[in-house]
Design a protein around this ligand. Structure first.
Ligand code: UDP
Length: 388
């Protein structure tokens, strides 16, 4: 039975989390108002056509949709035609180009060998540091998995540039995002479902938000100290910003992008990583390769560098070093003491989340809010714990 609440639900942020929650609530009969500080929807997966080249540009860095969650895959296919796409990345190290993620081809290219899968596995195992039984950092994890040569070439420099710190300070979970394979499979992701929305992510999110129960206000930051209504608030902005950074600022990495245009094909692949610590960029993205079903005479490519986020920068990656975790615990305690607000998404829960996880969690948050409405209780501050 649809529910008829007195007050519309307020959502801060029209990214994937906020938009999917809005849709789920609107379909259940709630009225929802979304407040988005930027001049566009879709958060950091925003895409728009470059007027000069006609190419669809991933404005905040490459976003590839991949998932093992059938419900999430069905959901995105409901709102966009998902074009088949298999993400492929190369890396340039010491002036040479290698296959990624590290696989049989990479191993043979790098060591100048001609190993079979079985031989490669034994070869890498012999280099791996077997004394590391319980890796505690990114570096330990890498040394235990692949040994010093592959780690230093492909991970150490890139990770220092990307995260602005020594990989010994970073958690193992960051490295665990990437597979190590002893076959020649160079697909960047293991998930069975991969694809890109035919008309870009912004069109997909616009379709999600296209419901009579949803009103979107662009260029309208929501001030949590002075909310524009009395309904329940879903906060997908930074957790520390909700509290006016009262305990201090949680650390984020921000990205800077430099766009270039030329004719033809610049690098022949969507993403080229740069593993050397003394090459400033982490990667170059050539956007036309995200739409192989389109044809463009010109091309636009983007050099990406990573920096510590200052007060006015867009936050991308939560850093989660020891200091951030202590601060986070303080904010989580404050959040738990609030009523009338639920914190969601990458910024609201301060976690490194992929798009499919944002959508899956948005389903859970919407279900929890609907259950609370039905039961006449207050929805929880967090549906998923932000620590860990
Ligand atoms: N990474 C690396 N070298 C590479 C690619 C990735 O060291 O060529 C490390 C780096 O620390 C990065 C992490 O692996 O942050 C996860 O990589 P992923 O491609 O998932 O990063 P994203 O695309 O989310 O920035």
């Amino acid at each position: 039975m649809p529910i008829t609440p007195v007050e519309p639900v307020l959502i801060a942020g029209a990214g994937l989390s906020g938009s999917v929650i809005a849709r789920e609530l609107a379909e259940a009969g709630l009225n929802v108002r979304i407040f988005e500080a930027r001049n566009h929807i879709a958060g950091n997966c925003h895409t728009a056509r470059d007027p000069e080249t006609g190419v669809m540009v991933h404005h905040y860095g490459p976003h590839i949709f991949h998932t093992g969650n059938g419900a999430v895959w069905s959901y995105v296919n409901r709102f966009a035609k998902m074009q088949p796409y298999r993400h492929s990345v190369r890396t340039t190290v010491g002036g040479r180009t290698y296959s990624l993620p590290v696989n049989l081809t990479t191993i043979n290219q790098f060591f100048g060998t001609n190993l079979t899968p079985k031989e490669a596995e034994a070869f890498v195992k012999a280099r791996a540091d077997q004394s590391i039984r319980d890796p505690e950092s990114f570096e330990d994890q890498a040394l235990a998995m692949m040994g010093p040569e592959l780690y230093k070439a492909f991970f150490k420099g890139y990770t220092q540039k990307q995260w602005g710190c020594d990989p010994r300070q970073l958690p193992t979970s960051i490295l665990k995002r990437l597979p190590l394979r002893f076959t020649a499979d160079d697909s960047y992701f293991n998930h069975p479902h991969q694809g890109l929305p035919d008309g870009g992510y912004t069109a997909m999110v616009a379709a999600i938000l296209d419901h009579p129960g949803i009103t979107v206000h662009l260029n309208t930051p929501l001030d949590p100290a002075n909310p524009p209504g009395r309904g329940h608030l879903i906060w997908s902005g930074p957790l520390d910003a909700y509290f006016g950074h009262r305990l201090g600022r949680l650390g984020y990495r921000t990205l800077k992008f430099e766009h270039h245009r030329t004719w033809g094909d610049f690098q022949g692949i969507p993403v080229m990583n740069y593993g050397d610590a003394d090459v400033p960029q982490t990667r170059i993205t050539e956007h036309k390769h995200f739409t192989p079903w389109e044809c463009h005479a010109r091309t636009i490519y983007t050099c990406e560098t990573s920096h510590a986020a200052g007060a006015g920068d867009i936050p991308y990656y939560p850093i989660r070093l020891v200091e951030e975790k202590a601060l986070l615990a303080g904010y989580v305690a404050k959040a738990g003491a609030e009523t009338g607000v639920t914190f969601v998404g990458r910024l609201g829960t301060y976690r490194y989340l992929d798009m499919d996880v944002c959508i899956a969690e948005a389903f859970d948050v919407a279900a929890a809010i609907l259950a609370a409405h039905k039961g006449g209780t207050a929805p929880p501050a967090f549906v998923h714990p932000p620590l860990g």
